[in-house]
Design a protein around this ligand. Sequence first.
Ligand code: NDP
Ligand code: HSE
Length: 412
Amino acid sequence: MSVIKVAILGFGTVGEGVYKTIHSHAQELEGVLGSKVEVAAVLIRNKQKKRNIDEDVLITSDFNEILSLPQLDVVVEAIVDKEPTFTFLKQAIRRGSHIITANKEMFAHHGNELLELAESHKVSVGFEATVAGGIPVIQTLRQLLNVNRVGTVQGILNGTSNFILTEMREKKQSFAAALRLAQEKGYAEADPTNDVEGFDAFYKTMILSRIAFGKEPNWQNVEREGITSITRELIETAEKLGLRFKHIASISKIGSQINAAVKPTLVGKSHPFYGVEGVENAVNVHSDIVGRITLQGPGAGMFPTASAVIEDLVYVCQNQLSNKNFTNITEACDGEKKGNEKELWLIQGLSKNDNNPLITWVAQATDETAIIQASREEIEKLINQQKATCYFQIIGEYEKEIKNKEVTLAVL
Ligand code: NDP
Ligand code: HSE
């Protein structure tokens, strides 16, 4: 029987998860592929660290040793940073190996080049693990895009941020303690600034945008904000109002323009993201035939990510992943227009006595915090006038929840 030889770059949370899963699911892989899958080599940085790896596997910190292997069918990449990763993967493709990556930062920057190179070398690129951990969102979107035209995609794309927000609300943990726990569980990036300042979700958003719309917005025009401004007090105030903070990425296409933002947002009980808790991620897609669908599942961690990689392993070995899908989408339906219509916001630092003509009061939540109705332009004016200190958009059907008295507002 033929054997498929795999090299795993990185043996941290993801790399080790992939290694263990190739062993634990050897039978299933052999059943689907008709060949045994064997790990031939593992690339690491620190050769002194003790690792639970079989003796016949090459363990090296020199990628050239991996490139020189007599047989190398698939290279799975789970290391960090854009370089030397990008260089390694180009070398692997040129050598004729399929590649699979979990590294969203590298892929957001260099995905197109890798896909083009793979196309010219007739190999496949798997990148399911770059977005939303174990949720098969890339493959699902690719299927949808055959005929459906996508208008809007919204997602909770960073497991660490969602985990921290949940811990702060449910267990009254401090931000620092919740982040430490996320790191211990293997959810956080090597530099967790990437998680809590929204960079990780931003890279995932750019990859999703290319899948959904065939292109991405100008990176400079994307609002990116992390969760570091969300205090426990804010979370408690929101909870009393029937609202929860979620770190949400949204992408929509209006005409030929793609708009995207990644920021903390408030959702009410009827929003599909309200119950997405802990390390879970979710992606909500609105497209013209199917309407709205929500995918939800574990967004980070050893085995959820290994699941995405292993499923990619099957696709690349069957050479089923088209490298073209990433760039060739021409049509999309229009997303929801967000121009000057009034939306709901939770806002801090504004007093009702100001009688500000820019806003409509909905409720005073505390002395400091209120829910108002205003357009984006009006909110920006308030901030420029330094009338408000911080503001968060409320999305979903919260107005209906107020009308139906599903939430109790302090003072109307
Ligand atoms: P870890 O920090 O746990 O592990 C990184 C591994 O890569 C380590 O084994 C390290 O070696 C090795 N490594 C780092 N740089 C190099 C290098 N230059 N050359 C050789 N080896 C190197 O990271 P994760 O496993 O958490 O993440 C890996 C990748 O997967 C990242 O890009 C991350 O964004 C992505 N990812 C992570 C998820 C998660 O839940 N953690 C989920 C989805 C994607 P050594 O052991 O010697 O230090
Ligand atoms: N640090 C990332 C997260 C890992 O927390 O979502 C999964 O991409």
